[in-house]
Design a protein around this ligand. Structure first.
Ligand code: C5P
Length: 219
């Protein structure tokens, strides 16, 4: 029987938004639907990989044929991925991780007070950069959603986060980005590697991204 390209490989995929609690009834989040990440996890599974999907809160059905770890915050997501990282071959960070969280989450509901402002925010851990710092054999793939200067920012992330690829996503393009079933992206790698994928279903795009990256790894 023909062996699949990712047979025997462990692939971690992160997907969806994170939720950063303000108090027991409120949180900060973003518009990520998890669709691109779930498509990446399913594509890896179909290519034969042993998949761990680390998912923020999304409204999608649980995919079959993989392990799903549900998380809420950026900190939870970091811990879930770190627990799987040493034995992973490929890590795909599709999740839209919150960059900031409330500095002191309240244990009781916050009541309104006089004055215009109330909340202090602090940085969340940058998961991809943390993984990049302690990378050994792992292939690290990040995603970047931007509204402007997409390629410049993505190139910066590739270097700064010690990633192998960044999939750059212009969320202002029609039929691309958050909560759509299609996407248009540029795959950015080292040595000025660029590959453009025009408007296609996220399921198809996920498959092509893996195929392109695997083919390039063979060369
Ligand atoms: O937020 P940013 O545009 O820097 O995200 C680029 C990549 O870094 C994405 O793959 C995202 O999942 C990852 N990221 C992360 N932890 C963060 C912020 C982003 O892993 N706190």
């Amino acid at each position: 029987p023909k062996t699949l390209p990712l047979q025997g490989k462990k692939v971690i995929v992160s997907a969806g938004p994170t939720r950063e609690r303000i108090d027991p009834v409120r949180f900060v989040t973003n518009f990520s639907s998890g669709k691109m990440g779930y498509a990446m996890a399913e594509a890896a599974r179909d290519l034969g990989a042993d998949v761990v999907l680390v998912s923020g809160p999304v409204a999608l059905a649980k995919p079959t044929g993989m392990r799903v770890v549900d998380v809420e915050s950026a900190q939870d997501m970091l811990e879930a991925i770190e627990a799987e990282y040493d034995t992973a071959d490929i890590v795909v960070k599709t999740a839209a991780v919150a960059d900031y969280r409330p500095k002191n989450a309240a244990t009781q509901k916050v009541k309104k007070k006089d004055g215009d402002t109330f909340m202090e925010m602090e940085r969340t851990p940058d998961i991809l950069a943390t993984l990049g710092n302690k990378k050994k054999h792992q292939l690290l793939i990040g995603f970047a959603a931007e509204t402007n200067d997409v390629e410049t920012y993505a190139q910066g992330k590739l270097t700064r986060k010690n990633a192998d690829y960044i999939v750059a996503n212009d969320v202002t393009e029609v039929g691309a980005g958050f909560n759509t079933d299609t996407n248009t992206v540029t795959l950015i790698g080292h040595s000025d590697y660029r590959a453009r994928f025009e408007h296609m279903p996220k399921t198809e795009l996920a498959k092509r991204l893996f195929e392109t990256i695997l083919k390039r790894a063979e060369q």
